[in-house]
Design a binder for this molecule. Sequence first.
Ligand code: COA
Length: 249
Amino acid sequence: MNLIKYVKDEIIVIKERDPAIKKTSEVFLYPSFHAILRHRLAHWFFVRNRYFIARYISQKAARRTGIEIHPGAVIGKGLFIDHGNGVIIGETTIIGDNVTIYQGVTLGGTGKEQGKRHPTIGDNVMISAGAKVLGSFTVGNDSKIGAGSVVLREVPSNSTVVGIPGRIVKRRNQKVHPQDRLDQTHLPDPIRHELCKLTLRLEALEKNEGPLSTIQLNEREKVKCKLCPDNPNLPEENGVPEDMMEENK
Ligand SMILES: CC(C)(COP(=O)(O)OP(=O)(O)OC[C@H]1O[C@@H](n2cnc3c(N)ncnc32)[C@H](O)[C@@H]1OP(=O)(O)O)[C@@H](O)C(=O)NCCC(=O)NCCS
């Protein structure tokens, strides 16, 4: 690793992405700077099977910066971890170039997978404060993960994902509505579905139709919710469209 080049690159990255920075010398006070520099060293030892020293460096860095990066993680150029506290990056994580991560982010496993257990993050991805990305799937290039989201499924490129579980709310800067059947995460949300049913009852009351019987409610639900991915009873063929699945491969 060329240390001088690394420092120069870090200065550019931090100045570009943190509007709060006033002087170049402040870069040396950023936890991101120290954590990633130490990770490069720890990873160097890790790939040479020097696991103890690799882990030692990584743990020392974690105590100092609040950013815990497993020495096995593969990290591209231009990663910036803003603020840093509480960031955890798991062993089999792969991070592309120019990724921005905020405090409290976990790139972790679900505990259900063996081997590659942690996510692969594409280029130019932003992972907002407190987001948890859990599992061995890919978050596509140029995507954004909203603050506080819990992402459990593949995210196609150019998407914005928010919520728990994470849902795609925008693709290529266009809003995605459930009724468009574009929910790439394909995770039904029974709570939203129940709220939707409540809305049907309210609408009936507001139109002075009186309280709906169960049969009437079921009929309206069938019509209104038949294409909605929040519907837990949605038939399989109404799930993720073929073309979007292709894009994820
Ligand atoms: C996700 C985020 C990056 C915005 O991305 P975007 O592509 O510009 O998306 P938009 O702002 O247009 O939001 C799209 C929808 O998601 C909703 N949304 C945005 N962020 C959300 C979040 N974190 N949780 C839940 N919903 C969210 C918006 O309200 C909007 O909903 P609507 O379509 O019903 O109006 C941003 O909202 C975010 O979470 N930023 C946090 C950045 C951060 O961590 N800062 C810490 C600095 S210390």
